[in-house]
Design a protein around this ligand. Structure first.
Ligand code: NAD
Length: 312
């Protein structure tokens, strides 16, 4: 079976490693982190859960990124720093850029055939950085954000209607931030669009709550950000690749003219399988949907231009 390397053994990375181990999708899951002992300790702790949770997955931990990613079929990038007192937005961006670029150089050298799933924020910008540094084809560098934003919207729709989340699907496109684009027309309960089931006021409320979904959790936690849903959503993407499932899901990918955009990584529907993105799906959008997607793309493009200068 396959090997998955998870770079960053913090909240998202470690939770993801545990979800993957329980899901029995890979024979090896390797956690990579710069903090001495942390990935090793968390990996050992997870292995000790194996006898109870009935998994044999070899979860290992290392501080050596090159060794950790070597030969991986899928690499998930979750390493990053949170903003510290005295650090401005640009300082944080530079730090995370260094972390992502360093890790991606190791991936390019040691896991040249891997599919890379980016999680580190700012997501769309860091997906673009990963693509640039690895030089991989766009099919093999995808960002996880749309699955999370859609999962949040699905949860809110289910809560509003009192129906099972299993019956609810939702589609959220665009950048991972407050310009994201929830699409009620493409969000359904067992095939019935929510526009047939809910008044406009409720749909607006759900769309706004989805856009602010990350901040809602940060405000509650006070320190740190969401990780159960982000880890689970990342695991779904890893599984789509390892099992060649062909899931149609929103993911951040480099656009080559689709949706009228190029030289940008943006959340759009894709079909995800063993070699990464099989296809970018172009939805027919209304003029107002196109306008808000364009606004979202413009905001992501601004972020990319900032790091383009820093990357050299
Ligand atoms: P965290 O602080 O708990 O974990 C980050 C880990 O990265 C830490 O353990 C740290 O030691 C490690 N790290 C730092 N530099 C490293 C390096 N060079 N190599 C290896 N490891 C390194 O943070 P978290 O909650 O796990 O979040 C991780 C990232 O994911 C953040 O950038 C966060 O904003 C992002 N995130 C994205 C989404 C999304 O939807 N895309 C959702 C949630 C979180």
């Amino acid at each position: 079976m396959a090997k998955v390397a998870v770079i960053g053994g913090g909240n998202v990375g470690a939770t993801l490693a545990h979800v993957l181990a329980q899901g029995d999708v890979a024979s090896t899951v390797t956690l990579v982190d710069v903090v001495e002992g942390l990935p090793q300790g968390k990996a050992l702790d997870m292995r000790e859960a194996g006898p109870i949770q009935d998994f044999d997955c070899a979860v290992t931990g290392t501080n050596d990124a090159a060794a950790g990613v070597a030969g991986a079929d899928v690499v998930v990038m979750t390493a990053g720093l949170a903003r510290k007192p005295g650090m401005d937005r640009m300082d944080l961006l530079k730090k995370n850029l260094d972390i992502v670029a360093g890790a991606m150089r190791a991936v390019k050298e040691k896991a040249p055939d891997a599919v890379v799933v980016m999680v580190t924020n700012p997501l769309d910008v860091m997906t673009w950085v990963a693509l640039r540094v690895t030089g991989f084809p766009r099919e093999r560098v995808v960002g996880m954000a749309g699955v999370l934003d859609s999962a949040r919207m699905r949860a809110f729709i289910a809560m509003e209607l009192g129906v099972s989340v299993v019956d609810v699907s939702a589609m959220v496109l665009g950048g991972h931030g407050d310009t994201m684009v929830p699409l009620p027309r493409y969000s359904t309960v067992n095939g019935v669009p929510i526009t047939e089931l809910l008044p406009a006021e409720a749909i607006d409320r759900i769309s706004n709550r989805t856009r602010a979904g990350g901040a809602e959790i940060v405000n509650l936690l006070k320190t740190g950000s969401a990780y159960y849903a982000p880890a689970t959503c990342s695991a779904q993407m890893v599984e789509a690749v390892l099992k060649d499932r062909g899931h149609l899901l929103p993911a951040c990918v480099a656009l080559e003219g689709e949706y009228g955009e190029r030289d940008i990584c943006l959340g759009v529907p894709v079909i995800l399988g063993s070699r990464g993105v099989r296809k970018v799906v172009e939805l027919r959008l209304t003029e107002s949907e196109k306008a808000i997607l364009k606004k979202s793309a413009d905001s992501v493009r601004k972020g990319i231009e900032e790091v383009r200068g820093l990357l050299g």
